[in-house]
Design a binder for this molecule. Structure first.
Ligand code: ASP
Length: 355
């Protein structure tokens, strides 16, 4: 059974939880309620939400932390590190290179007190999300890029990895060089998952027809102290111009956390997320009283208005989590999915979209 015919992924064979497969989610804006969260002096039920199928495995790592009373910040860092370690088209050093054949990484992290850190155009470092956290915690700055970011990482004890491409990225790059066209494929992460993964496994993603192109793991979490944090990490758009930086390391675009309101992370065409300050715009809509999914939809509609006809060629997706632990998402086009882990288990949801 293909993944796109499911609302939930049944993980019971892995002994992780025991959800049954149900039908499609109706085409309405949906919010998934964190089970009876209460914000007060009492302990809140934690929840972690992340982008794409890859989010299921990332959520499990995050849950090992917030599920036992740990901090959301630690959860979102350690969660996305799982994806950075996978063989993956779009996250970490195995991802697709830029046009010159080098993998360049973008990542950001933000906590419940507006502390934030990011790295962009970072090369040869395995865990950009952890470098972003060090930028946040150990420097007076928010963002370090390129060589400076790499030097900082090395000074913090990170290892310089070889400047080589993974087997899949190499084949993808060689394929791309034949035409040298820059044409991001929408929902590429999902495409891999639907056509190649055994849906009951969490095996690392694999290349399909050399068409890996772009996507991101973004994660937002609420811990039992009632605090929100978020993280975002990507190798960005495959075959991008050298030096291109997407939305993921741009605080307010790819990621934003306001602990009074909610946390939001984006995936998709970074340029179009940046031009509307996407994640921040979604948070502002939640501040006006919208639910997470409604707030995501509002900003996706804004992007469609701005892009007009060109909107059909791009994908943009947001996931959002509010202070009550309610999660929601919205995408420009169908095909986006996201994973929610709360005390009831780890489930994959189909996002609503404008088409
Ligand atoms: N938003 C990322 C970027 O533009 C890539 C993606 O999520 O597809 O770099």
């Amino acid at each position: 059974m293909s993944m796109d015919r499911r609302k939930f992924l049944n993980l019971s064979s892995l002994g992780i939880s025991s959800f049954t497969i149900t039908g499609f989610i109706p085409k309405t804006v949906q919010d998934i309620t964190g089970s009876s969260n209460v914000i007060s002096n009492t302990v809140v039920n934690p929840v972690v939400v992340s982008t794409w199928d890859a989010g299921l495995a990332a959520n499990l790592a995050a849950w090992k932390i917030i599920g036992i009373g740990g901090r959301a910040l630690d959860a979102v860092e350690n969660g996305v590190k799982v994806t950075e370690d996978e063989i993956n088209c779009c996250v970490g050093l195995s991802g697709n290179p830029d046009r010159d054949g080098h993998v360049t990484l973008d990542a950001s992290i933000m906590d419940h007190e507006f502390n934030c850190g990011s790295v962009a155009f970072l090369e040869r470092i395995k865990h950009p999300i952890s470098v972003a956290r060090r930028v946040m915690e150990k420097t007076p700055h928010v963002m370090l890029v390129g060589e400076g970011a790499q030097q900082f990482a090395l000074s913090e004890g990170f290892t310089l990895e070889p400047d080589t491409l993974s087997k899949d990225a190499k084949s993808s790059y060689e394929n791309w060089l034949k035409k040298s066209e820059y044409k991001p494929v929408i929902n590429i992460e999902r495409k891999k998952a639907t056509s190649q993964l055994d849906p009951s496994s969490m095996a690392p993603h694999k290349l399909i027809n050399g068409d890996w192109n772009h996507d991101t793991i973004g994660m937002i979490a609420l811990d039992s102290f009632g605090n929100l944090s978020g993280s975002c990490t990507t190798s960005g758009a495959g075959f991008k111009m050298r030096g291109r930086v997407g939305d993921s390391p741009v605080i307010g675009a790819g990621l934003y956390v306001d602990n009074e309101i909610g946390a939001v992370v984006a995936t998709g065409q970074g340029e179009d997320v940046i031009r509307v300050a996407g994640a921040s715009a979604v948070v502002e809509q939640m501040r006006q009283g919208k639910s997470p999914a409604e707030a995501c939809k509002f900003v996706v509609e804004r992007i469609r208005r701005i892009k007009k006809e060109k909107a059909k060629d791009i994908q943009v997706c947001f996931i959002a989590l509010n202070k009550k632990g309610e999660a929601g998402a919205y995408a420009l086009h169908k095909g986006f999915n996201y994973a929610v882990h709360n005390k009831e288990g780890n489930k994959l949801f189909e996002s609503s979209s404008l088409d």
